[in-house]
Ligand binder design. Sequence first.
Ligand SMILES: Cc1cc2nc3c(=O)[nH]c(=O)nc-3n(C[C@H](O)[C@H](O)[C@H](O)COP(=O)(O)OP(=O)(O)OC[C@H]3O[C@@H](n4cnc5c(N)ncnc54)[C@H](O)[C@@H]3O)c2cc1C
Length: 589
Amino acid sequence: MGERRETSLDRIFDLAIIGGGVNGCGIARDAAGRGNSVFLCEMNDLASGTSSWSTKLVHGGLRYLEYYEFRLVREALIEREILWQIAPHIIRPLRFVLPHHNGLRPAWLLRLGLFLYDHIGGRNLLPPTRSVDLSRDEVGKPLIANRYVKGFEYSDCFVDDARLVVLTARDAADRGAEIHTRARAVEIRQVDGIWHVTVEDTLSGVRKTINARALVNAGGPWVEDVLASGAGVNARAKVRLVQGSHIVVRKLYAHDRAYMFQNSDGRIVFVIPYQDDFTLIGTTDRDYDGDPAKVKASAEEIKYLCDSVSEYLTNPVTPEDVVWTYSGVRPLYDDGASEAKAATRDYVFELDTPGGAPLLSIYGGKITTYRRLAEEALERLSPYLRSAKAREGWTGKSPLPGGDMDVSAVSALTAELIRNYPFLSTAHASRLAHAYGTRATKLLGNAKSLVDLGQAFGATLTESEVRYLMANEWACTAEDVVWRRSKLGLRLSAVETAALDARTRHANGGWHPDHPRCLADARARHPERAVGPDAVGQDLDHAVARRSRQTDIRARPGRRQGCHRLRCAAAFGGDGLPAVHQLSLLDRL
Ligand SMILES: Cc1cc2nc3c(=O)[nH]c(=O)nc-3n(C[C@H](O)[C@H](O)[C@H](O)COP(=O)(O)OP(=O)(O)OC[C@H]3O[C@@H](n4cnc5c(N)ncnc54)[C@H](O)[C@@H]3O)c2cc1C
């Protein structure tokens, strides 16, 4: 955060937001679109918290009907189709099969619940529930023969959760919001009715204080830590951290439907076709009291999930089949429920106005309701915001970046990409269409062949895409690219990921982590690259050799420094980044 950053940050923002998960970014987008000046800081990467560890369902939550959460279910069901329409590239409809057996409630009661689910609100485009004869229908084939005869099939949607966050942030930034990643809020305090938020650049340790009229604490599992960093803040609500883990195995069956299995302990496990060649299984539900950043699927949870689905499937799933796991914690509002699975998934706001200026803290919520949550947050804050448009909700009608198309148009977009870029394989075009929607052409540009897309990292990931992600979506590290902007980590080999990592970490080798010096050093050492297209990495062979001796991206010390180097390189090289982004990269130095 050098001199230029001070210029852009040296003002009183209408709204500052701590936390770049789905809720923080949703509020940033909504507020910026209403004409407010917005600052958002995220201490790691966007969606690096709970928002990339979900089951990825845009759903009403059928089982919440059992807890009489009708308002939550209705609101979420209404949101389901709204979100699908504003982001049809990253959200798709998904049919769920619910096999019936004697351990469940009577079939007529389930049918009634599903009738309610179909009609309680918001289902206009998705097909309704139907009964299924599992002994004849193809969806019965993967199930243990003769044990499950009757079932139901109902609709919900599936979302790329991490991309939802990033595209929401992108839209917020397009509307003027300042989005800062790797920037941790370390202190909040109020002076004369203005919030002062001290933000530390986690790469350099440099601190900067920004000012805002209103403050949102969207810290997710860290919501109470944020409050603890403030003087004179009253934190009344309590957060309950509930861990949920998922496993990914190779594709278990050929059809495209998901399953909802209910276990004897009353918990639900979803089995979902994932990333074309895989199956996602989750989730667990248990209280968690450790560091949210260190949450990890335990051997016990992995076994539980394998055993649970093996109760239903002809071919049992074992821990040896697991190719990837992930785990996250829900930052739920502590409503005193005795069991983790029964704690409310509804969101709760805590509005504190210690010295006159508001601090809105967010507890709980779902990916599904993030847009509505943002609207409600803005409604709560509107008396304190200056913007003339502060009362108008708009986000449900305006597509997210790349989502400006009909809900059924993604296949047509894939076909169009193949027509215009005949060198793309169907899988490549389809992946780009689903990740970037109509913006896919921005990263493909005038390419006439795969070679024009630059270095190929494997699994259809090319240099053009990595550059696009760095320039437009705040990606800094290989991990950002392969686990959040995409899930290509499932397909890339260790050596391929190492090449990408090397590309990002060792670009223009030997950058000094000190921000202002970085750019000067770069220019002095490599003047020839100042105008070249390839400033993001030259020492690849050397770096790959080094990197292939290391496997765990997350555990490696110095990752942040590498990310910083990448940014410096990108800023230095002027490598095709849009002017606005180059400015923000330079600002950061
Ligand atoms: C296992 C599991 C399954 C789920 N499944 C679903 C589902 O299928 N459908 C659904 O709708 N919902 C689901 N959810 C719920 C949903 O994922 C969460 O409600 C949602 O992601 C919470 O978003 P958030 O923005 O509040 O928190 P987060 O995504 O955790 O974001 C908070 C961010 O704040 C940042 N931060 C914290 N402190 C600071 C600081 N001091 N300075 C700067 N940044 C800071 C963190 O780094 C983090 O990125 C699931 C949750 C879990 C755990």
